[in-house]
Design a protein around this ligand. Structure first.
Ligand code: CA
Length: 516
C-alpha cells in the first residue's frame, strides 16, 4: 500500500510518461527446437553455450518448464495468447493463427509499450503479425541462408518483402540490434521478440561453424538403439528415427538449394572432404546409424553455436548501453528435441526431451543471480508473466499464471502440482509429418501418465527411477491406485481447461478423449 501511494505521488510530480518509462523492457529471445540438454547451464554433455549461460548466471534457470503441445506453430500460439491450443484455435502446423484474438503484445501495446517481433513468426502469412509496432519476419519456416522477410515498420499491416543475403541467424540479430539502436521510440519501454529459425531441421550451419567439431566424437545417448520394449505402437510406429527418416539433405550429402555461388563454394570446401570420406567408408547397420547421429548432432550444435554467439552480441549491447539494468531478458525455445534419444530426432511426444522447454529469466534487482526453480511451469504462463512484469492486468480468460512470484523466489502455496499436455498432429486418413499419434497426458513432479487416445494405449512412467522413460509401468499391478489417481487428475484438468471432447478433430468420426 505504501508503495502505491508513493508511486502516485512520484507520478504526479514527474508526470505519467516519465514514470511509465521506468517500467522494465522485455527482451524475449526465442529459438526453434533447442533442447535444454544442449545447453551447458542445463548440464549438457555435448556442447557449451557460454552466452546463454550468462542469462542463467545473472538470473533464474527453470528446470521444469513444459510446453502444452510440442510443436512449432502451436507453441507460438500458446505464447501469444496464454491459452491452450483448443482455446486459441491453433492445433497443428499448417493451421492459421487467428490474429484478431486477444494476445499479450496487443495488451502491452495498449499499455504504452512499443512492441516488436523480429525473426521467425511461423503463424502464417495470411495476415501480418498483430499487436506489434514493428515486425520483420521470416516467411514460413524461412531458409538458413538468404531469407526473404516481410517488414512492417509501423504496425499498419503494410508489409514490404525484402530478400536479404547472408546467414539467417546473423541477419535476425543484425535486425534486432538495428531496431534497438535506432528503430524504437526511446521514451517508451519496449517488448522485443527476437526469434531465431535455428536450430530447426535441416540444421544448416553458418559459415563460421562449418567445421566446428570436425575432430571430435560427440557422446551418444545411452538409448540411441532403443528397441521400444514395454512401450506401445506410438513409440514403435513413429517416423522420426535417425536410422531411417533422415534425408540426404538432412545429412548434408547434398548442399542446401538456397546457397549462392560464393556460399556454395565455402560449403563444399567444408562438407566435400567429409562426404568423400563417408562414401569411401561404405558403412552399414549400426555403424551407419552412428555416423548419421554424428553428422546430425554436430550440425545441430553448430547451429546452436551461432545462436549463442549472436545472443552474446545482443547481451553485450544491453550491457554497454546500460539498457541491461532495466531489461528483463528471457531465453526459451518453442519445445525440446530428441538428440538421438530413443533413436530419434524431432519432437511431438510428451516424453521429457521434447516436452521440456529451456527457460532462463534474468531480471536485474529481482531474480537472484544463479538461482534455480523446480516448479512445474509452462509456455501457457509466458503471456501472463510478461503482462505482470509490465504491470498490466492479466485477463481472466488466460489459462496460465504469472511467474513473477517465482522470479522473486516466492512460489505460491497453490502453484500447480500437475501439468496437462495434448498433441494433435496426426490424421488417420492422411500421411502427416513424423506420424506421431495423438495423445494427452498429465505430469506431476514424479509421474507421467500418457493416453494415445485414438489407439487407446496408455503409458505410465516413474520419472524418479526412470528419467529416460524406458519402462512403461502401466500394466504393473502395484501402480493401479496411482493410475486411477492420475486419470482422475486428467479428468479434472480437462474440465478446468475446458478441453472439448472432440478437440482438434478434423475426421468425420473423431476418437473420443473421454477416459473409459
Ligand atoms: Ca519447434
Amino acid at each position: 500500500m505504501r508503495i502505491s501511494i508513493w508511486s502516485t505521488v512520484v507520478s504526479m510530480f514527474l508526470g505519467a510518461s516519465s514514470f511509465a518509462a521506468e517500467r522494465p523492457n522485455i527482451l524475449f529471445i526465442f529459438t526453434d527446437d533447442h533442447a535444454s540438454h544442449a545447453m551447458s547451464c542445463y548440464g549438457s554433455k555435448i556442447n557449451e553455450t557460454p552466452n546463454l549461460d550468462r542469462i542463467a548466471d545473472e538470473g533464474m534457470l527453470f528446470r521444469n518448464c513444459f510446453c502444452t503441445n510440442s510443436i512449432c506453430g502451436p507453441s507460438r500460439a500458446v505464447i501469444q495468447t496464454g491459452k491452450y491450443s483448443h482455446k486459441n484455435g491453433f492445433y497443428m502446423n499448417g493451421d492459421r493463427f487467428d490474429g484478431t484474438q486477444q494476445t499479450f503484445p496487443k495488451l502491452l501495446q495498449a499499455a504504452g509499450y512499443q512492441t516488436a517481433v523480429i525473426g521467425k513468426w511461423h503463424l502464417g502469412e495470411h495476415m501480418p503479425p498483430q499487436g506489434y509496432s514493428y515486425s520483420d519476419v521470416l516467411v514460413g519456416q524461412g531458409p538458413y541462408y538468404n531469407p526473404p522477410m516481410l517488414r512492417d515498420v509501423d504496425g499498419s499491416g503494410d508489409q514490404e518483402r525484402i530478400k536479404r543475403t547472408g546467414y539467417t541467424t546473423d541477419i535476425i540479430t543484425d535486425l534486432a540490434l538495428e531496431w534497438l539502436k535506432s528503430g524504437r521510440d526511446e521514451s517508451r519501454p519496449f517488448m522485443l521478440m527476437y526469434q531465431h529459425k535455428a536450430p530447426h531441421r535441416e540444421w544448416a550451419p553458418g559459415p563460421d561453424h562449418l567445421t566446428m567439431y570436425d575432430d571430435v566424437d560427440i557422446p551418444e545417448p545411452d538409448n540411441l538403439f532403443d528397441d521400444y520394449a514395454t512401450r506401445g505402437r506410438a513409440a514403435r510406429e513413429q517416423d522420426m528415427t535417425i536410422a531411417t527418416t533422415m534425408t540426404p539433405r538432412d545429412l548434408k550429402l547434398v548442399p542446401p538449394p538456397y546457397l549462392n555461388e560464393e556460399q556454395l563454394e565455402v560449403w563444399n570446401a567444408a562438407y566435400g572432404p567429409k562426404n568423400r570420406a563417408f562414401e569411401k567408408a561404405n558403412l552399414e547397420g549400426d555403424d551407419l546409424v552412428r555416423w548419421k547421429y554424428q553428422r546430425y548432432i554436430k550440425d545441430y550444435l553448430r547451429c546452436i553455436a551461432s545462436v549463442d554467439d549472436n545472443v552474446g552480441r545482443v547481451l553485450d549491447y544491453l550491457d554497454e548501453t546500460g539498457l541491461a539494468d532495466n531489461t528483463v531478458v528471457i531465453y526459451s525455445s518453442d519445445q525440446g528435441f530428441y538428440l538421438g534419444d530413443h533413436g530419434w530426432f524431432d519432437k511431438r511426444f510428451m516424453y521429457e526431451e521434447s516436452y521440456r522447454m529451456p527457460l532462463l529469466i534474468k531480471w536485474p534487482g529481482v531474480t537472484e543471480p544463479g538461482s534455480v526453480n523446480t516448479d512445474l511451469v509452462s509456455n501457457v504462463d509466458f503471456a501472463e508473466t510478461f503482462l505482470d512484469i509490465a504491470g498490466v492486468d492479466i485477463p481472466g480468460d488466460m489459462q496460465g499464471a504469472s511467474l513473477v512470484p517465482l522470479l522473486k523466489g516466492e512460489t505460491p502455496d497453490d502453484w500447480r502440482k500437475s501439468h496437462y499436455y495434448q498433441y494433435y498432429e496426426f490424421l488417420n486418413d492422411r500421411r502427416t509429418a513424423h506420424m506421431v499419434r495423438r495423445h494427452y497426458g498429465v505430469r506431476t513432479a514424479r509421474y507421467k501418465l500418457i493416453h494415445f487416445y485414438n489407439i487407446d494405449e496408455w503409458e505410465l512412467y516413474d520419472l524418479a527411477s526412470d528419467p529416460r522413460e524406458m519402462r512403461n509401468l502401466y500394466g504393473e499391478p502395484q501402480y493401479q491406485d496411482l493410475i486411477q489417481d492420475l486419470k482422475a487428475e486428467i479428468v479434472r484438468l480437462q474440465e478446468e481447461l475446458e478441453v472439448p471432447d472432440d478437440a482438434g478433430s478434423v475426421e468425420p468420426n473423431p476418437p473420443s478423449l473421454k477416459i473409459r
